[in-house]
Design a protein around this ligand. Structure first.
Ligand code: HXC
Length: 519
């Protein structure tokens, strides 16, 4: 064997060793839990054959506490670049077969290296998380490694999209890297995220709780909002990343990829004319409205089960990706509360950071009253939403389908917050409050003085008066706060035309270090 053959054989051997991660036994253990290995996940995620690995030969440096007994090439995390739908991304994939995917000094350096690479090259960062957290044997080196990653998460925020898949445990301070990223996608039954695990919880609060109850995928999808998406399997989780990324540009200086569209832009949908019930208090499904308007009815919803009273997601209009925000009359009458305000604010800020126009559908009775909401800070949370709309400089198109009452009218991408095109359907009701509340405030004393049998008639008459005067879009249209009152069935065409006219929009906020969004 010549010298070069020997060297090539050695290289091949080392590569094979690295690909084995923590060894065949641990790979089998991973498979027996119904989980893929770090490299298998990458192969499922990226375009076939596109992955270029970095730092395969890296090993840990710290030798204490038994770490000198075994050395694993790659040190428990697989990193590199690849393409997804022919677009560049960088990826790290934590390898649970190596010391439970725990993060030490060199492991963290590998992640930092590809994050720096992504920031320099303007490409999205995708993290596949499956880890026991800080590598205990490496002590403060592990903690430092996490902080180095957190810093880069913050630096990359708003510069390149960051997506985290949670495919196994994610505990302790380790959750704060995914928390800073733009989207967390969790796999049901395998993934959990918490700041402290069930054992510590029991010690501190005496609460008995399972990992799933504390931080499983469904909990984070319904109660905390930490999970933007949940999938049943790892394959589905990775497929969601592939789809999600199609709606966003690679970085903040680019536009999202255009997809050629064969859904006619002037597709008229007569059903839209009939969707608002005659009874103003009856609900309807705003999702149907959106689906009738966007290309091929394809709405990619985010945080679907958290704050369902507001719909946030992505869609395309004539092939151009947009962010969608919409009150949902089918859930809590579409009211704005703490969660829905935060949910929409986060979505708008993502869209604004990445040049995605925001299309808003409004049917909102106002902000949710009561002690629960006030104690949880509806003042600050509602202000977040207002702030997000006001600071956004991307094209903003608003369609008021029915109610736009009170402060919620102002907040939901109104003209006053730099809405570019504000449309209303003829069924729109733009007023300080709903007829019931208004009559109660304006005529409360008179009503009390009336004979009980005359009260209902009086109230109905005053409510009708109020409705005739205020519950329409024309008072706002007269003042130019509404650019046009449009026929519902033409909504798709009108929005697409609007987006075309706004394609060259340039708007800026005053120069400053950063604003102080109420947190
Ligand atoms: C070193 C670890 C490890 C860790 C797991 N392992 N976690 N090694 N540091 N943090 C090793 C195990 O010793 C074992 O090694 C292998 O990984 C697999 O672990 P198992 O326990 O056998 O697997 P499983 O039963 O599936 O349980 C997984 C687990 C559990 C739930 C993640 O290992 C666990 O609770 N680990 C500790 C979690 C934790 O408390 N982490 C610290 C969080 S604090 P062998 O050699 O047997 O294969 C933190 C601070 C960060 O992260 C702060 C940042 C600011």
């Amino acid at each position: 064997m010549g010298e070069i053959e020997k060297k090539l054989t050695e290289l091949k051997k080392l590569r094979e060793e690295a690909r084995l991660g923590g060894g065949q036994k641990r790979i089998e253990a991973q498979h027996s839990k119904g989980k893929y290995t770090a490299r298998e996940r990458i192969n499922l995620l990226v375009d076939p054959g596109s992955f270029e690995e970095f730092d395969m030969f890296v090993t840990h440096r710290e030798k204490g506490f038994g770490l000198d007994e075994a050395e694993y090439l790659s040190d428990g995390v697989v990193t590199g670049h690849a393409t997804i739908n022919n677009r560049q991304v960088v990826i790290f994939s934590q390898d649970f077969t190596v010391r439970g995917g725990s993060l030490g000094e060199m492991f963290a350096k590998k992640i930092c290296k590809i994050m720096d690479y992504a920031i320099k090259n303007g490409v999205p960062i995708i993290g596949l998380n499956d880890s026991g957290g800080a590598r205990i044997q490496e002590g403060v080196l592990s903690l430092a490694g996490y902080a180095d990653i957190f810093l880069r998460n913050v630096m990359a925020s708003g510069l390149v999209p960051q997506i985290s898949a949670i495919l196994g445990p994610c505990a302790g301070g380790a959750v704060y890297s995914p928390a800073i990223t733009d989207f967390n996608i969790m796999t049901r039954d395998h993934a959990y995220m918490f700041v402290t695990g069930p054992r510590v919880v029991k010690t501190v609060t005496h609460e008995e709780v399972t990992p799933e109850e504390l931080g499983g995928a469904d909990i984070h999808a319904t109660k905390s909002g930490v999970a933007h998406l949940v999938a049943d399997t790892e394959e589905e989780t990775l497929e969601l990343i592939r789809k999600l990324i199609t709606f966003m540009p690679s970085n903040n200086t680019e536009e999202a990829p255009f997809v050629s569209c064969d859904d006619p832009i002037d597709r008229i949908n007569d059903d839209l004319n009939d969707i608002i019930p005659d009874d103003h208090n009856l609900p309807y499904d705003m999702k149907q409205v959106i689906e009738m308007v966007v290309d091929h009815g394809d709405l990619f919803e985010i945080r679907r089960r958290w704050a369902p009273n507001i719909i946030c997601g992505f869609a395309r209009l004539n092939g151009r990706a947009v962010g969608i925000v919409a009150n949902q009359p089918n859930a809590l009458a579409g009211v704005l509360d703490n969660k829905s305000s935060r949910k929409a604010a986060a979505h708008i800020r993502f869209c604004d950071a990445f040049n995605l126009p925001v299309v808003t559908f409004v049917d909102v009775p106002g902000f949710m009253p009561g002690t629960v909401q006030e104690y949880e800070g509806i003042i600050l949370n509602g202000a977040k939403l207002l702030y997000a709309y006001a600071e956004a400089t991307v094209p903003k198109i608003t369609v008021i389908t029915r109610k736009a009452y009170g402060g919620a009218y102002d907040v939901m991408s109104s003209k006053h917050l730099r809405g570019d095109l504000n449309y209303a359907w003829p069924t729109a009701e733009i007023a300080v409050m709903g007829p019931q509340g208004a009559v109660e405030v304006l005529y409360g004393k008179e009503i009390k003085k009336l004979d009980p049998e005359k009260r209902a008639e009086f109230i109905a008459e005053k409510e009708k008066d109020y409705r005739d005067r205020f519950a329409n879009p024309y008072n706002a249209a007269k003042l130019g706060y509404i650019d046009d009152v449009i026929e519902p069935r033409n909504t798709r065409f009108r929005i697409i035309r609007g987006l075309e006219s706004l394609a060259g929009k340039r708007d800026m906020n005053p120069p400053k270090k950063h604003g102080c969004i109420p947190l």
